[in-house]
Design a protein around this ligand. Structure first.
Ligand code: PHE
Length: 338
């Protein structure tokens, strides 16, 4: 297979000693963007693999979000059982990003937050979300997507009375849970961290274990934590009508989209559903858009998803295939992006 990526840097962080991986997948539409992930991996090569896949997904995400950006990703592959010197790790990351001369800018992701972006910002300007949280923006985009999904399945955008299983109530999942509760939806939630139960309790949501949540009989399953939850093993167990959530790379492999399709379960491509954070960050920080304009753009995620679901039906393909086709077309014909 040929190398799709523009550039991939892997180095042993000179301060931290940990593998720092930055994958720049595409700069065809503009600066590559993508978060900085701090995660434990059995082998650093697994982190490299993750960076390669996640950065490619960011290219599709940015294009489908109508942003003049490409995709990239940073992964710091931590061994199990260490407490890293955060500052050292983040400065190692910052120096690699700075060495790319602006081809790539980072933001928060799994394992990092707004304070970490401030630390990265001490050594490079190519970082978004310094000191503010992008997760409310991501969650607002998820809600727009969920309205489009229930409209497609049940004929109305109304979330009231519909049922949802939110898998993971971290920063983004917690906001999604709150917004769903406020919209009058029925919610069951779970998290690998049992202390997160208080989030569910405070919004009147039911609580279960992660497997119970994954297999709950609900209208929509909302994966809001780590990727890879949809597999050849889990898809046969699902009891939902649709899956739509902000977790990146939900499918273990591309073929799993077909398994969902065969089971009659609508899968909303994660690259569309999860774009609210980047739309917010880029709109606010780079393009100086007003909050109303940014909110309207985030709401546009629902329209994009509806277009993709319609296109999938018309061409008898999966939503994943329809999204990939649209993303490819946008990357090849940048002038189409308004
Ligand atoms: N975690 C974000 C995503 O996957 C990354 C990001 C957020 C990048 C905000 C830039 C700004 O979309």
């Amino acid at each position: 297979m040929s190398l799709e990526h523009v550039r991939v840097v892997a180095e042993r962080g000179p301060r931290s000693g940990f593998p720092v991986i930055v994958a720049v997948h595409s700069t065809a539409l503009g600066q590559a963007i993508g978060g900085c992930r701090l995660s434990v991996y059995a082998d650093w090569r697994d982190g490299l693999e993750d960076a390669l896949r996640l950065s490619a997904a960011m290219t599709a995400k940015a294009a489908l979000a109508g942003l003049p950006n490409g995709g990239g990703k940073t992964v710091v592959a931590l061994p199990a059982g260490v407490t890293p010197d955060r500052r050292a790790v983040l400065h190692d990351v910052a120096d690699v990003i700075e060495s790319l001369g602006g081809d790539y800018a980072t933001g928060p992701d799994v394992g990092t937050g707004p304070d970490d972006m401030v630390t990265i910002g001490e050594r490079t300007p190519y970082v978004f979300c310094r000191g503010y949280d992008s997760s409310p923006g991501t969650a607002a985009g998820v809600l727009a997507a969920l309205r489009a999904v229930v409209a497609d399945r049940f004929g109305s955008h109304d979330l009231a009375g519909r049922s949802f299983a939110v898998l993971g109530v971290g920063r983004v999942g917690g906001h999604v849970l709150r917004l769903l509760a406020e919209a009058g939806a029925r919610v069951v939630a779970s998290d690998v961290d049992p202390s997160r139960r208080s989030v569910a309790d405070s919004f009147g949501a039911a609580w279960t274990d992660p497997h119970g949540c994954l297999t709950a009989e609900v209208d929509v399953l909302v994966p809001a934590a780590l990727g890879g939850v949809l597999t050849g093993e889990t898809v046969p167990e699902l009891r939902c009508a649709a899956v739509a959530g902000p977790a990146n790379n939900q499918l273990d492999r591309p073929g799993t989209a077909a398994l969902l399709h065969e089971r009659g379960i609508l899968w909303a491509p994660d690259v569309v559903v999860s774009a609210g954070g980047i739309i917010h960050a880029i709109g606010t920080e780079l393009h100086r858009e007003t909050p109303d304009r940014v909110a309207a753009r985030i709401g546009g995620i629902g329209d994009t998803l509806t277009r993709i679901l319609d296109a999938a039906r018309e061409t008898s393909s999966t939503p994943a295939e329809a999204a990939a086709r649209l993303a490819g077309w946008l990357v090849d014909y940048p002038a189409k992006i308004a």
